[in-house]
Design a protein around this ligand. Structure first.
Ligand code: CMP
Length: 224
């Protein structure tokens, strides 16, 4: 049954570790599974909100744009993360757009169930607060990067954030278009291309195969 399946998904979410069955039950009762292809807008900046979302698989970008259509990427969300809670909590319009950058599976929880869940359980409130605090820490780190680092440092920070350890080496595995890096660090795509070329020529990064990038340890020098 969809309801039991949704509850099983919710139980596996890291943010809900230690949450009781009855709370998960309440949340599952107001939730549906949704799958979207790449490039779909799930939440639109400025709109009124009806749902809270938990990401089961795939990645999505959180993005804002100005009146001229210039865009900035605030965060990339991955499996186990949630979004759409802000406007449900303060009843203001959606603070940003959330757009899939890979095919994604979500659980969408309706507004009433989300609010009932928060009202009924301190543990649930704390779980959501922990997620929001983690996000604030990330945002603080980003402000520091933008204020204190030059473009080389900002690019190095994004590459390291997107890398994982494979056989003892730091590797960026997924596709990370220069245009997207540019939107994350407030620089032009041309500038990011120049910096990436410079990092490559100086041996800080090594393209190993299509879309795969090896990061040499010395790239950490840019973060100091
Ligand atoms: P909401 O405002 O309802 O809709 C957009 C969502 O994007 C928002 O809730 C948050 O869940 C998410 N969001 C906004 N700002 C950030 C950020 N800096 N980092 C990660 N997620 C964010």
């Amino acid at each position: 049954m969809a309801h039991d399946e949704n509850k099983a998904f919710l139980r596996r979410m890291p943010i809900f570790v230690g949450i009781g069955e009855s709370q998960l039950e309440m949340l599952a009762a107001g939730s549906v599974r949704r799958s979207f292809p790449r490039g779909r807008s799930i939440v639109a900046e400025g709109e009124t909100s009806q749902s809270f979302y938990l990401l089961l698989s795939g990645r999505a970008k959180v993005q804002r744009s100005d009146s001229e259509g210039k865009e900035v990427i605030l965060a990339i969300l991955g499996p186990g993360e949630f979004f759409g809670e802000m406007s449900l909590i303060d009843d203001a319009p959606r603070s940003a757009s959330v757009i899939t950058i890979e095919p994604c599976d979500f659980i969408a929880v309706n507004k009433e169930s989300f609010k009932a869940m928060l009202a009924s359980s301190t543990d649930m409130c704390l779980a959501i607060m922990r997620g929001i605090v983690r996000r604030l820490r990330e945002a603080d780190k980003k402000i520091e990067t933008l204020a204190l680092m030059d473009v080389y440092g900002r690019v190095a920070r994004v590459l390291l954030d997107f890398s994982e350890t494979v056989g003892g080496e730091r590797v960026v595995k997924g596709k990370l278009p220069r245009q997207e890096i540019a939107k994350m660090i407030g620089a032009s795509r041309e500038m990011v291309s120049r910096v990436m070329k410079g990092l490559e020529v100086d041996g800080f990064i090594v393209p190993v195969s299509e879309g795969r990038l090896l990061l040499r340890d010395k790239i950490n020098l840019y973060l100091n």
